[in-house]
Design a protein around this ligand. Structure first.
Ligand SMILES: Cc1ncc(COP(=O)(O)O)c(C=O)c1O
Length: 365
């Protein structure tokens, strides 16, 4: 039997009665955008994250854009992040008019290398965006120690439920940004995102910006130049149901990851869980110089895989115009040549993980 790289329908089927009820409730309510479901989800997700507040928005990209805007970031400012991330992290910085400055990653964790961050800070650096990539927390103590004068905005799009020194990711910086794209550990059945945080003034600012700069007291009057990045009631109602399954889903991912770790050959670099960190395996990423050979052999057997990410942001055609600033990115470029994401989602059985691991062993023997 083929093993797909990902399979989204199983997540819906596992909670079908509750999701169908939630959808029907919204359909029958006659209220479809920014209503009771969004408010309830914001409250429940903030509580789940251990944050004081949450603002639901249209996508993870918008969450990052609005968080940066709320911090006053714009043209002339520099924002430091990594090149080894979804292009969205950098696209959001560009949307504000600020200049993205890209630094290298740690070769084991695949997250921002603190020494590279320290070397990239200039008087124009206004914010730093660490990305908790693949579900593993970035090295937050070191990053916060270096970025004392800057806003720190955590990109948690791949790390719902990950923990660092016992605390949830997202609780370290000034604001945290989430995506609810359907593949995420907490995925909607459409687009969605959120900004969480503990600073009410910054969260109010995000709320203002997400709907044209209107205040709750005065619709149709734009106090600041905002955008439309509203979360709809249907996605919020679905997310409320899915939130209840998030912890069990993360536990299932961790169990499957432990099987991979036992069975995969020593030749491949496996994901690490750094001391004090809880990895939630949004993706299970291995690294090998024989990546392309391995991927082809797996495909021959009907086993899907992915590459996150094949072309680092600084080498993307869209950014060939010099709009980015970059530092030494050798670790990033090697990762782009060698990383491979194996199937990883809660509906996978242990037998399927065994089969993938056996196929990896055979391909590299
Ligand atoms: C690390 C990271 N940041 C940001 C985003 C953007 O999220 P969205 O696709 O919801 O805009 C994603 C997901 O695509 C992501 O993986």
């Amino acid at each position: 039997m083929p093993i797909p790289f990902n399979e989204l329908r199983s997540g819906y089927l596992a909670q079908q009665p509750e999701i169908d009820d939630a959808v029907r409730r919204v359909l029958e309510s006659g209220w479809y955008i920014l209503g009771r479901e969004v408010a309830a989800f914001e409250e429940e997700f903030a509580a789940w994250c251990g944050a004081a507040g949450c603002v639901g928005v249209n996508s993870g990209t918008d969450a990052l854009y609005l968080a940066l805007r709320a911090c006053g970031i714009g043209p002339g400012d520099e924002v430091i992040t990594v090149a080894h991330t979804a292009v969205a992290t950098v696209a959001a910085i560009r949307m504000t008019g600020a200049t993205p400055v890209l630094v290298d990653i740690d070769p084991a964790r695949y997250t921002m290398a603190p020494a590279a961050l320290a070397a990239a800070i200039t008087p124009a650096t206004r914010a730093v965006i660490p990305v908790h990539l693949y579900g593993h927390p970035a090295d937050m103590d070191a990053i916060l120690e270096i970025a004392r004068e800057q806003f720190v905005i955590e990109d948690c799009a791949q790390a719902h439920g990950a923990r660092y020194n016992g605390r949830p990711v997202g609780s370290f910086g000034d604001l945290a940004c989430y995506s609810f794209y359907p593949t995420k550990n907490l995925g909607a059945l459409g687009d969605g995102g959120a900004v969480t945080g503990n600073n009410p003034a910054l969260l109010d600012r995000v709320r203002l910006l997400r709907e044209y700069g209107w205040t709750p007291q005065e619709r149709y009057i734009s106090q600041v130049e905002g955008v439309n990045s509203r979360l709809d009631e249907m996605q919020a109602a679905i997310l409320r149901v899915r939130l209840r399954a998030l912890e069990a889903g993360n536990d299932a991912r961790r169990k499957l990851a432990a099987i991979y770790a036992d069975m995969l050959p020593a030749e491949v670099q496996k994901p690490v869980e750094a001391p004090g960190c809880r990895h939630v395996y949004h993706l299970y990423v291995i690294q090998t110089a024989r990546r392309d050979h391995l991927r082809a052999r797996l495909a021959e057997q009907g086993i899907g895989s992915g590459i996150h990410y094949p072309v680092p942001v600084h080498l993307q055609p869209a950014y060939a115009d010099g709009s980015l600033r970059k530092h030494d990115l050798r670790v990033t470029e090697q990762a782009a040549r060698e990383v491979l994401s194996l199937p990883m989602y809660p509906a996978l059985s242990e037998e399927q993980i065994d089969a993938v691991a056996a196929a990896v062993n055979a391909a590299l023997a």
